[in-house]
Design a protein around this ligand. Structure first.
Ligand code: UD1
Ligand code: UDP
Length: 360
């Protein structure tokens, strides 16, 4: 069996790291195909280094652009590589343009495709991610659903049962593997002058939040009100999309400590030590839940309903008053919920399923 792992963005690198390391450990033949969707050092290379991942055999250097341009370039580049390498199976993860281009290129060449983190739905068709994940789920041959709920969603959409495997979410594997390393660090806490449970952590980067001036400024206003009301320092590592829009819209956030995106270990450490996390990120909602840190989601919906059910998370949307109100609720919440995302062995399970199906 020869496996092609296709990735391109920060969360794909992190969430595919357990699968890649398990392929490596099992001595299987595989290669990484990087679309180049993320390319800044702190959105890409730093994660390869820190997670101990081998170099990508190919990097298409697609970089940024409109959805059509970016996805189109990826389709052209990925098809070329797959035709040359002829893998037996392609693995993609999540819901980005890279995920869509990877899966579409592979299935058109009739290469069996596995989708890691299948079956998530926000039911919000204005999000590019919702379109990507639906299309990828429906064209893939193997659907690695993180939870039973995700499996039920796929079954409900008419996907045959024998294509779906409940594996847990690979984010748990990545987090368990790296938490101790993160906890041995302190430089970032010292540099920012932070004390355990005495600060809040924010990330905001979703297209529907930051590309809309009114909505982005509403969120920033809400965060400023949270600072005024509760007085905890608020750390915001700013994603490059958000940084670009902040400049373009001339927004001047108040009450926030803005920093560059962090590497995985520093970010995990801040998550673990935060009193509260406010975010519109998918992965960060999950990590907060796993780490027993309360989370306020700066969106009107989530494709991670498990976090709402166990009460680790609450939806605040983008309205300033609602953000403060939901922050107050979550600051008072008792943090003793179960982790709904699995036992940290999702990577192992996925590779075992591949071996069972394609041999070694
Ligand atoms: C993408 C994914 C999103 C995911 C996010 C993870 C899609 C449709 N969106 O969004 O689902 O949550 O990655 O972080 O695939 N930029 C840089 N350096 C980089 C990458 C991007 O400066 O390395 C800037 C560019 O100005 C670019 C902008 O960020 O225009 C947006 O990048 P893009 O890859 O289009 O989307 P993300 O917002 O990163
Ligand atoms: N992350 C990181 N540094 C940061 C912000 C996030 O390492 O400064 C990690 C975080 O731990 C999580 C992942 O990036 O595993 C989430 O990625 P992102 O929010 O970009 O994408 P999403 O999950 O929303 O698709």
């Amino acid at each position: 069996m020869k496996v092609s792992v296709i990735l391109g963005t920060r969360p794909e690198i992190i969430k595919l790291s357990p699968v890649i390391l398990e392929l490596e450990r099992s001595g299987l033949e595989y290669f990484i195909l990087h679309s180049g969707q993320h390319y800044s050092y702190n959105m890409d290379r730093v994660f390869f280094k820190q997670l101990g991942l081998p170099e990508a055999r190919y990097n298409l250097d697609v970089n940024s652009g409109s959805h059509g341009l970016q996805t189109g370039r990826m389709l052209i580049g990925i098809e070329k590589v797959l035709k040359k390498e002829l893998p037996d199976v392609v693995i993609v993860q999540g819901d980005t343009n890279t995920t869509l281009a990877g899966a579409l290129s592979a299935v058109k060449l009739q290469i069996p495709t596995g989708h890691v983190e299948a079956g998530l739905r926000s039911y919000d068709r204005s999000m590019p991610e919702e379109i990507n994940r639906r299309l990828v789920d429906h064209c893939s041959d193997m659907l690695f659903a993180p939870t039973e709920k995700a499996r039920q969603i796929l079954l409900g959409e008419g996907i045959p049962e024998d294509r779906i495997y409940v594996t847990g979410n690979t984010i748990v594997d990545a987090l368990y593997r790296n938490l101790e390393l993160a906890e041995n660090r302190r430089e970032i806490m010292d540099r920012l002058g932070l004390k355990k449970r005495r600060f809040l952590l924010v990330t905001v980067h979703r297209q529907e939040n930051v590309d809309n001036k009114k909505r982005f400024s509403g969120i920033l206003r809400g965060l400023a009100l949270v600072y005024e009301r509760f007085g905890y320092p608020i750390i915001y590592p700013v994603h490059p999309r958000a940084a670009k829009r902040m400049r373009e819209f001339n927004l001047k956030p108040e009450g926030l400590i803005l920093i560059d995106p962090l590497d995985y270990l520093d970010f995990l450490l801040l998550e673990k030590n935060a009193r509260l996390i406010l975010t519109d990120s998918g992965g960060v909602q999950e990590e907060a839940c796993i780490l027993q840190v309360p989370c306020v989601t700066l969106r009107y919906n989530t494709e991670r309903p498990e976090t709402l059910e166990v009460k680790s998370n609450i939806l605040a949307g983008a309205d300033p008053e609602s953000i403060v109100e939901k922050a107050e609720i979550m600051l008072e919440r008792k943090c003793n919920w179960p982790n709904p995302f699995g036992d940290g062995k999702a990577g192992e399970r996925i590779v075992k399923i591949l071996i069972e199906r394609f041999g070694r």
